[in-house]
Design a protein around this ligand. Structure first.
Ligand code: BES
Ligand code: MN
Ligand code: ZN
Length: 498
């Protein structure tokens, strides 16, 4: 991650390669731009008049070697109408601008974005949003491209400018929060983007172990330990794979001893071929992302440790591949779970709920205050919500309400689907306690119904990130495409307010 600092000072005095000034719709400059215009004479006004620079959101133009200015470039960045600005738009501007600066070989830049007025946002909020945008917008996953020339003139530093020195303390705090959030998100993206031949359950366990710290104890169970513990549903899904499963437990003790932890449970399916109910070949490669739930959990732990959050958090990650080996579990099999509930397997591709049910039952035993699970669980959720919102279901009323608020604030958004009792009968089985599919209707909800059988009365929220965890075309703040780190900003925001 590049260096970002917060600074105060006028635009003409900055010695960075580039000074970035917002331009509002109608060619209006903001405070710093107007000041710069005053000290530099007509150059800027002429430039703005000559070019069709209207202040459209995200469009930018560069003016070189302005007399009276220390920096080499003045970049005018369109930000649209000030009334329409939001914190997320600042994040997007940070991401877009950083990517552009990097491409044009700029080494250092000063961004004057926090002087923009955003309804209901403090300066700290704005600094955090811009910084997150810069870090996330520069994200790349190119470690496997042997011919990629390292960008020798890569962007090295960005200064986020604030108007008054008095704001610097608040801005510093916001910056360090942004850094934790970004590094957690980037960690989640890195884990998600690794191919299935590298990111195996064993490797995922090693990545979790590497997070160990004085406040964080990580236990990784191998197959023998999983057998001994009795995580039989996880073992059933693992039967078709040549690779051992892992069951990963993280215990973060930032709070008082004995305080009930928040439990975070993440689906760690390192490759989902569907098993005997095999998936079609098209885009099957994307099922390497089926461990993004576990990546979100690990990313949250990373951010939480960097922020030193004063609370206890339990992480539980069941991990396996879902393949078609000779010993694979089959449609029609009846599996007994860790909790004792029997499951009729109608479709081996509905494996996520099967591995999660053991993890949820284990989490419940630890008497958590609440449980949040993260899973790329259903294709139906992709159809319902696309890539713009994570599916939210569950029994924790206060928890769900707070997650919705955090989703809005972090722009890592959620949308609730109902868990009406009537849906539960769709997973009744004639020969076992429950079956692992509920038919075509309400697929996201019946998957959550399945999970609900294992959480007892612990307040619980289920996050179906199937549509949000990765995006092959890229997004405004994840331009390269691939894993997005969905769930990290959301739950770090939630935990830090809790
Ligand atoms: N990992 C998939 C869900 C998924 C599909 C996520 C597409 C993202 C994109 C999950 O294991 C799965 O295969 N679910 C099935 C369940 C069905 C068989 C009841 C699905 O959604 O098709
Ligand atoms: Mn599946
Ligand atoms: Zn899956």
């Amino acid at each position: 991650m590049i260096q970002i600092d917060v600074k105060a000072g006028n635009a003409d005095k900055q010695r960075e390669d580039a000074v970035v000034l917002p331009l509002l719709e109608g060619r209006k400059l903001t405070e710093s731009g107007n000041e710069l215009q005053e000290v530099t004479g007509d150059t800027i006004a002429d430039f703005l008049r000559k070019f069709d620079l209207l202040g459209d959101f995200g469009a930018s133009r560069t003016l070189y070697d302005v007399e009276g200015m220390h920096g080499h470039r003045a970049i005018f960045l369109g930000v649209g109408n000030e009334k329409d600005l939001s914190l997320h738009k600042l994040r997007v501007l940070g991401a877009k601008m950083a990517a552009k600066l990097e491409k044009s070989g700029v080494r250092g830049a000063a961004l004057y974005l926090t002087e923009l007025e955003v309804k209901g946002a403090s300066l700290a909020d704005k600094v955090q949003a811009v910084a997150e945008g810069v870090w996330l917008g520069l994200y790349k996953f190119d470690k496997y491209q042997t011919k990629t020339k390292a960008n020798k003139r890569a962007l090295r530093t960005v200064n986020i400018m604030v108007t008054s020195r008095r704001d610097l303390d608040d801005a510093e705090v916001a910056l360090s929060k942004a850094k934790a959030v970004a590094s957690g998100t980037i960690f989640a993206r890195d884990l998600g983007n690794e191919p299935g031949n590298v990111c195996t359950p064993e490797w995922l366990g090693d990545q979790a172990s590497a997070l160990s710290h004085k406040n964080l104890k990580v236990t990784v169970m191998d197959k023998a330990a999983i057998e001994a513990a009795g995580f039989t549903a996880l073992l059933a899904v693992n039967q078709g794979s040549a690779k051992e499963p892992r069951f990963i437990v993280l215990e973060y003790n930032g709070g008082k001893k004995g305080d009930a932890p928040v439990a975070l449970v993440g689906k760690g399916l390192t490759f989902d071929a569907g098993g005997i109910s095999i998936k079609p070949a098209g885009a099957m490669d994307e099922m390497k992302f089926d461990m993004c739930g576990s990546a979100a959990v690990l990313g949250i732990f990373k951010a939480m440790m960097e922020m030193d959050l004063p609370m206890n958090v339990l992480g539980v990650i069941p991990s396996t591949e879902n393949l078609l080996g000779a010993a694979a579990y089959k449609p029609g099999d009846i599996v007994t779970s860790y909790k004792g509930i029997t499951i009729e397997v109608l479709n081996t591709d509905a494996e996520g709920r099967i591995i999660l049910c053991d993890a949820l039952a284990y989490a419940v035993e630890k008497k958590p205050a609440e449980i949040i699970d993260f899973a790329t669980l259903t294709g139906a959720c992709v159809i319902a919500l696309g890539g713009q919102a994570t599916g939210l279901l569950g029994t924790g009323k206060k928890l769900k309400k707070a997650l919705k608020e955090s989703g809005t604030h972090s722009h890592d958004r959620v949308w609730e689907l109902p868990l009406f009792d009537e849906y539960q009968k769709q997973i009744d089985s004639k020969i076992a306690d429950i079956k692992n599919t509920g038919g075509r209707e309400a697929g996201t909800i019946t998957a959550a119904c399945f999970l609900s059988r294992f959480v007892e009365n612990v307040p619980w929220a289920h996050l179906d990130i199937a549509g949000t965890a990765w995006n092959m075309k890229g997004t405004d703040i994840s331009p390269v495409g691939g894993a997005t780190g969905a769930g990290v900003r959301l739950v770090v925001d939630y935990l830090s307010r809790r």
